[in-house]
Design a protein around this ligand. Sequence first.
Ligand code: PLP
Length: 402
Amino acid sequence: ASSLFSAVPLAPRDPILGVTEAYNADTRPTKVNLGVGVYYDENGKLPLLECVRTAEDQLNALHAPRGYLPIDGIALYDQAVQKLLFGAQSPVITGKRAITAEALGGTGGLKIGADLLRRFTPEGTTVYISNPSWENHRAIFEGAGFEVQTYPYYDAATHGVDFDGLLKCLKEARPGSIFVLHACCHNPTGVDLSPEQWTQVLAALQAAGHVPFLDIAYQGFGDGIEEDGAVIRAFAATSLPFFVSSSFSKSFSLYGERVGALTVVLSDADEAARVLSQLKRVIRCNYSNPPTHGAQVVQRVLNDDTLRRQWESELGAMRVRIKAMRKALVAGLAAAGIDRDFSFIERQRGMFSYSGLTADQVEALKVDHGIYAVSSGRICVAALNDKNVETVARAIASVLAK
Ligand code: PLP
């Protein structure tokens, strides 16, 4: 008998999770998974940060009951997010122009932001994402009911940004369009705009009355916590309303706890209060209110001087290790006899590198060497360590020499 679901087609597999499934099934002991989107430590393990362990011990000792949180989450958490993004003394905080709601990771922040925007933007508003971008950007905004297009971003020829193309798109897009921008450590390319380019982008956004939606999922992995937040502060210094989705998945290694936030900066305190009331409606009919544990941990760490210093030092160590692995990979490729210039890998920021490898080369890496990457050539530099980086470099060299 046919049911409502008998003709439902099988959805395509997630390309990145598919890589990990294939990696798990590989029995070669020298296999390496560069397809992941998480930070692994020098032993190839997902770390549990010391600051998190301490905060969790403190929380455990409290044996606190688990009531519902407010719709917008833990107030001390939301305030800590704002301070981290804007700086404690920022006029957007003191002027009550910023609203923040705890969200289910950065993904959740994007989703509730997208739903909110859909309610208050004209029919036909287009969302622009970078070409390429984190693959979920398109799905989230299309899922919220927007038409999604891309703006030029990565220039494979220079391993840099097609900045002219980006500016042209900003100028030609219908005024009032939504632009999703990676505030630092662009995923998947690792290529960021320079401060001068950001100034021009900001001016173009303002001139056209576009709505910027900044996504910051890797704060602290580029040049430092403050440094990586500079773009958000530059936006906050204007009168332009904008959205920020932020995530602690990577910076606290709390992936599974789903700790993120949506922050919206508005024109004044009154507008902010009204928008917050609408954001709460969006949250209420999505998942009612957010979970307690992860945000409680992050809030404790950010609001305690000792734990905060510990977090900064642990995040700093992750950043330094990734940079060291970029260097080691470039050196390893040169040592393996590759004369192509791979120095761009050292200039890229964050967890990822667009290696320039083709889909065929990625396939050969897998088949011949048990080294797994995304077919776009994106590799997770944080999955490299002292024990595997030479193997990886030699394998890439042999694939390139084919
Ligand atoms: N935005 C970007 C650019 C990302 O790379 C990611 C994670 O991969 C996210 C958002 C989502 O982060 P979360 O796991 O906190 O939902």
